[in-house]
Ligand binder design. Structure first.
Ligand code: S3P
Length: 166
């Protein structure tokens, strides 16, 4: 089984993916980390050097060309499901899980804004507005996931039970 975790920045995809991979004793793939390793630069530096469109192309290629093992957990970047046919591709190739949180919950968790190029320099109020607007655009994609879970205070063991019950 391939599990793809999707959701907004700050919803805990990377942490939950790591914990799920531990429980399942399988490979963890963090697509942002794959891009950083292959490009030898941070996501913020990639955005500055090449722009967002180039980043979206690159994450699309990375998603589709990675040599996934039969069983793995994949953490995706927050925007990845919302470009090209990426959400449909993940649904065709594995189990997709949307880690959902409310905008105020996301604000409270997004401390390190400088490393995320889309959030650079935002205060809490600006961030809340940004998240509300972006979620309006992104929710239709996220909601194509096979499973949507309330990710705030979610125990990884409970998440795994829900995934296994699909
Ligand atoms: C982005 C989310 C980031 C990263 C990039 C763009 C987005 O990943 O891919 O900064 O558009 O939401 P995380 O969701 O892991 O922060």
């Amino acid at each position: 089984m391939k599990i793809f975790l999707v959701g907004f920045m700050g919803c805990g995809k990377s942490t939950k993916a790591k914990q799920l991979a531990n429980l399942l004793n399988c490979e963890l793939i963090d697509l942002d980390a794959v891009i950083v390793a292959e490009q030898k630069m941070s996501i913020a530096d990639y955005f500055s050097a090449h722009g967002e469109d180039a980043f979206r192309q690159l994450e699309n290629q990375t998603l589709k060309s990675y040599a996934y093992p039969e069983t793995c957990v994949v953490a995706t970047g927050g925007g990845l499901p919302c470009y090209f046919d990426n959400m449909d591709w993940m649904n065709a190739n594995g189990v997709t899980v949307f880690l959902e949180m409310t905008p105020p919950q996301l604000v409270s968790r997004l401390h390190n804004r400088e490393k995320r190029p889309l959030l650079k320099g935002m205060d809490d109020e600006q961030l809340l507005d940004f998240i509300i607007n972006k979620l309006e655009e992104r929710n239709p994609f996220y909601h194509k996931a096979k499973l949507t879970v309330d990710a705030f205070d979610l125990k990884t063991e409970d998440l795994l039970k829900k995934i296994k019950a699909i």
